[in-house]
Design a protein around this ligand. Sequence first.
Ligand SMILES: Cc1cc2nc3c(=O)[nH]c(=O)nc-3n(C[C@H](O)[C@H](O)[C@H](O)COP(=O)(O)OP(=O)(O)OC[C@H]3O[C@@H](n4cnc5c(N)ncnc54)[C@H](O)[C@@H]3O)c2cc1C
Length: 385
Amino acid sequence: MENYEVLIVGAGPAGSTCARLLAEAGLSVLLIDRDRFPRDKPCAGWITPAVLETLHIDPQLYRRERLLQEIREFRTGAIYGSEVVTDYRRTVSYGIRRGEFDHFLLLRSTAPCILGEPVASLERRGGGWLVNGRIKARLVIGAGGHHCPVARALGAQPARESTITAMVAEYELQEEQLARYELPAGWTALSFTRDLKGYGWLLRKGKFLNIGLGSLAGGNLREQVLNFCAYHQGRGHLPAEALRHLQGHAYLPYRNGGGRRLVGDGALLIGDAAGVSYPESGEGILPAVESAVMAAQAVLRAAGDYRQEKLDHYPAAVAARFAGKGAGSGSFALPAAVNRLGAAAILSNGWLTRHLVLDRWFLHRGERALDLGCQPNPLAPLPSS
Ligand SMILES: Cc1cc2nc3c(=O)[nH]c(=O)nc-3n(C[C@H](O)[C@H](O)[C@H](O)COP(=O)(O)OP(=O)(O)OC[C@H]3O[C@@H](n4cnc5c(N)ncnc54)[C@H](O)[C@@H]3O)c2cc1C
């Protein structure tokens, strides 16, 4: 029998961040993931500088061995319509590759981990948990994404929830394609659907093209994505082979008071398992990391007493951090107030696009990064992949 204070299910950005913080604070933590790393993950790989800041990642060091594409301008507009170019003249976002990024975070965590084993059974035993029939833990932290088994144990019913669904393809341009490819590295376009419940994107990061579409509207997402890809193929922006790499996934946007139960006796959810992604943009990496930081702080504060009432600081901290972000708008792409103003008018106006759509809803400018609340060894020697 293996015995741990804390078992974290899922080694994505949420799980590995939380594991690192708890292990550095001296707790015995085990991280478990059904996949072996580096693993692929359907994602655009767009992050804001706040992600690096919160995680104390030095961009210069990170990019020595990994892709870190600077993004300085966005092209935005209604899908298949004309575009407004917003040039910030400095880096306001980055493009990463999820396989590299998640592996990097995992390697930085000093917690032991089991990879390639799914959590298949989770039994409440004597005030703690017995996992997969052999791992004992006093607290389980669910970081296993939308279908996380810990979320199910806390009552989540993923099939009944209203999710963001998204499909994406990441394609490596071949040498001969690179020679004649016209969009420069860092080129980023966001194309909002007519119902304003979603948007498509095309992003070039280094040698990679990332194209996809996400929506809260449900319906035939695959058809919408294929049409969007065909449009970019027609413009000469997308090689036909890229479509072979299309993958899809669903996850929950944050909803004030209407989301998942985040804590129970001896259990707590973070990241996509908790449903904390931003409703306006679908950005999930930053909220995953932030929820992991807040969870680690709540666990340390509970000081070994993991009854629900001792963990209740955590849902309160999550609500304080995420409340008001798109709450109640029901719209993925743009909040209700913007919706009423008329999407076409806003998306064709340079000032509104920059200050409302990009600064406020996508880049969260003016918000302070979360303090890790501990002294990490400035994220230790950078691990090699
Ligand atoms: C198409 C698409 C594009 C996106 N683009 C962006 C973007 O550009 N920027 C952004 O910020 N966000 C984006 N997101 C959202 C983002 O990917 C997620 O919000 C983010 O990955 C959440 O991190 P996490 O650590 O909570 O979960 P994940 O990264 O999903 O990690 C969960 C881990 O749990 C493991 N796991 C699951 N079940 C089990 C089990 N039973 N046992 C053991 N392990 C298990 C999985 O293998 C996985 O490694 C996108 C999402 C999609 C679908």
